[in-house]
Unconditional design. Structure first.
Lengths: 121, 172
């Protein structure tokens, strides 16, 4: 009985594992980085709104035409503005946003260095 | 007396973050894509409503005339509300109203037009919503006022009295 139970559990574990198997498709990667403009807070990938479904069709169509990930982002950015991308671009408006974590990491490291290493010596 | 610097820094940081978040509370968090004026009409090819005839945007939008491109659908409730304004604008002499039938069933769309009258001179179909994306639209209804193949006004959401007055002003 115990063996059977563990077999069932194992079956479900692998069943769920399988449902994730095609997670590295390019169109999924792209639609996960696109914001659904109707249901703001959800990505195009997650949403089932009319707009999101159209964008999904558009992305796979553009990929078939041979456009790269960057080209598709540029196309949608031209139509809807940068807001449609979840990952903000690196430009003069976002220097602070991108560099702040690195800065905080360095400052934190310096503080730890000062308190632990220097106190020991 | 030695001044303790840590509590001061902490309280200043707290105050800064408090002010930032407090001001952020009042900001609206609904984003509307920026309206780019004087943008060219995108090029697209599609089917004429109710026929199999193909048509492209150059055949629809000609120079020296005003066009109102209205994205509509029979399942869209606000479209029903704005329809009487389109009927009103139909009487304007130098304006042609183009309908973009968005993700609709042809029979439903026909019934909608029989019930509420047809303000459109040309209706084109958008079965999968890709043409709406070309226009930078993301919902129904949306309207674009076009002059000399350039978009001079974009209206997100249904038309209303004030917008109709504004459009009439622009037509003069």
């Amino acid at each position: 009985m115990k063996f059977l139970r563990s077999l069932i559990i194992l079956f479900f574990v692998f069943a769920f594992h399988n449902s994730n198997a095609h997670g590295d498709n390019l169109d999924i990667k792209i639609t996960k980085n696109l914001r659904c403009l109707i249901c703001q807070g959800q990505s195009v990938y997650d949403s089932d709104s009319e707009f999101a479904n159209s964008v999904k069709v558009l992305v796979s169509q553009k990929l078939d035409e041979g456009l790269s990930e960057k080209d598709i982002y540029a196309f949608l950015k031209n139509k809807y503005g940068e807001w449609i991308l979840y990952e903000p671009e690196f430009n003069k408006n976002t220097y602070f946003l991108w560099l702040l974590p690195i800065l905080m990491f360095l400052i934190g490291g310096a503080i730890i260095y000062k308190f632990i290493i220097l106190k020991k010596s | 007396m030695k001044i303790k610097i840590a509590p001061i820094i902490v309280s200043i940081l707290f105050l800064v973050f408090f002010v930032i978040f407090f001001l952020g509370l009042k900001n609206t968090n609904i984003y509307v894509p920026s309206v780019k004026y004087e943008k060219e009409v995108p090029f697209f090819t599609t089917q004429l409503f109710n026929t199999n005839k193909k048509i492209n945007s150059d055949e629809i939008f000609k120079n020296d005339k005003y066009y109102l491109m209205n994205i509509w659908s029979s399942w869209c409730i606000p479209c029903r509300d704005e329809h009487r304004f389109l009927i009103e604008l139909k009487n304007e002499k130098n304006l042609e109203i183009i309908g973009l039938n968005y993700k609709d069933k042809i029979t439903n769309a026909q019934n909608f037009l029989v019930e509420l009258k047809n303000p459109y001179t040309t209706i084109i179909s958008d079965f999968d919503g890709l043409i709406a994306i070309e226009w930078g639209a993301y919902g129904v209804p949306e309207s674009f006022l076009i002059s000399n193949k350039k978009i001079i006004k974009k209206i997100v959401g249904p038309l209303n009295e004030n917008l109709v007055i504004e459009i009439k002003e622009l037509l003069k």
